[in-house]
Design a binder for this molecule. Structure first.
Ligand SMILES: C=CC1=C(C)c2cc3[nH]c(cc4nc(cc5[nH]c(cc1n2)c(C)c5CCC(=O)O)C(CCC(=O)O)=C4C)c(C)c3C=C
Ligand SMILES: [Fe+2]
Length: 408
């Protein structure tokens, strides 16, 4: 790494004034605007200079606004790494993530991010079910990590599912995300190997004149009815409360990750009015078919003059709604993916569905059970990989993520 790079990063790391982008802070995550001195450095736009605090009650990357680039990577611990080796790895990873998120240099970074700021970089760490056996911590494994049930529409690839450890890396600059991934990967040394990696993307912040809910690759406005930080019940639904079981998961959350391929060629052949009935919302602006605009609450009882439900009985928005699932809710924070063409010529593209909840049994599981039985969208998607991770609370300054599990 060159001196110019280092000095640029030092400047970023010590700057403290809040930038305009800091206004978009989500609950518990907290942006810290990073102003950059300009003498020997590249001038950064707001997107590049925005930093997301690494430390906090919750890990960054859960309530952080969706980022333009994402890498999801699962690792398996090498034989012999054990609890001590895992603790050392988490300590190295946390130190690196903290430095990079603040726009500072770290061991193992590349020159790919040379002209970049932190660009809202977040690194989120999770533990899979098998981590606890490999580290002799089976008695501290949360019951919430019990395997997800099989769903009839699953076509899961075991090699791209589960894993001992999980990293979710997000940034608004793809070079920054890559650089962080490389640094973290290098730091595993001999203690772990990559089990699977998935790369995704979302709309670049600032690409639209006003902030808009993103679209998925089917062209639908996707994310409208997500629980919002600050809403009553948000914390209860998304985060494990202090005093919960196990104690080390206080302020943590559970992430369900599903690689869901979209049958885009079939979808594209469906006329737009039929596409809208599949979801229960208008394609153009995401408004519910029961009327109003994007954020108007869906009226699931409203019927047309002929007595037909305006939001059809099998519409995705109806079948997945908390009202039809005993209140079950989750925070959806996905990335789209496109991995080229399949052998059959169809795009290998879709949604890296990531959802967050305080307990998968009151979030993802009941909703997916219902979707599995009668969702009009099922014809157009395939669940190809699945994983569940316990994501502990955020590290306090001086702590590393997972310390409360690994050193208690
Ligand atoms: C088990 C959970 C869910 C999976 C899997 C899932 C896949 C999936 N969803 C879309 C597109 C949309 N989903 C929308 C709403 C929505 N989806 C879920 C859950 C799962 N989706 C929930 C809980 C909700 C919110 C329901 C509500 O409260 O009204 C929407 C509508 C807009 C929105 O609210 O976000 C779209 C569009 C795709 C394409 C997909 C798999 C590829
Ligand atoms: Fe959905």
């Amino acid at each position: 790494m060159t001196e110019q790079h280092l000095s640029r990063r030092r400047l970023l790391g010590t700057a403290g004034a809040a930038g305009a982008a800091g206004l978009a802070a989500g609950a518990g995550g907290g942006f810290m605007g990073a102003a950059v001195a300009q003498d020997d450095v590249t001038a950064l736009a707001t997107v590049g200079s925005t930093a997301v605090a690494f430390h906090g009650r919750h890990q960054a990357g859960i309530t952080t606004p969706m980022q333009a680039r994402g890498h999801l990577v699962a690792f398996d611990l090498a034989p012999g790494t054990g609890r001590t080796g895992a603790a050392a790895l988490l300590r190295r990873w946390s130190r690196t993530a903290e430095r990079l998120a603040a726009g500072r240099s770290a061991d193992g970074t590349t020159d790919a991010a040379r002209d970049a700021g932190p660009a809202s970089l977040t690194v989120t760490f999770g533990f899979g079910r098998t981590f606890f056996d490999r580290t002799g911590l089976a008695d501290r494994r949360p019951t919430a990590l019990d395997p997800l049930p099989d769903f009839s529409s699953d076509a899961l690839d075991a090699g791209r599912s589960n894993g001992d450890l999980w990293l979710q890396i997000g940034a608004d600059d793809p070079l920054v995300a890559f650089d962080a991934l490389r640094a973290l990967q290098k730091q595993t040394g001999d203690s772990a190997r990559v089990r699977w990696q998935m790369n995704g993307f979302n709309r670049t912040p600032g690409a639209t004149a006003r902030p808009m809910t993103t679209r998925n690759l089917m062209g639908q406005v996707d994310g409208t009815n997500n629980p919002k930080p600050g809403e009553k019940d948000f914390d209860r639904r998304i985060f494990v409360p202090p005093g919960g079981d196990p104690a080390w998961m206080a302020h943590g959350s559970y992430a369900v990750v599903r690689r869901i391929r979209m049958l885009l060629d079939d979808w594209d052949e469906l006329p737009a009015p039929e596409q809208e009935k599949v979801i229960g919302r208008r394609k153009q602006d995401g408004a519910p078919l029961s009327g109003g605009h994007e954020t108007t609450p869906v009226d699931l009882d409203r019927r047309d003059a002929a007595g037909r439900l305006l939001v059809p009985a099998n519409a995705h928005a109806r079948v997945s709604a908390p009202e039809t699932n005993g209140g079950a809710a989750m925070l959806r924070r996905p990335f789209s993916f496109h991995d080229g063409l399949r052998e059959d010529g169809a795009p290998d593209a879709g949604l890296l569905f990531v959802c967050w909840q305080s307990d998968p049994l009151t979030g993802f599981v009941p909703v997916q059970r219902k979707l599995d039985r009668g969702d009009a969208l099922s014809r157009f998607i395939r669940h190809e990989a699945s994983a569940l991770f316990a994501v502990p609370g955020g590290a306090a300054p001086g702590e590393y993520v997972g310390q409360r599990l690994l050193e208690s």
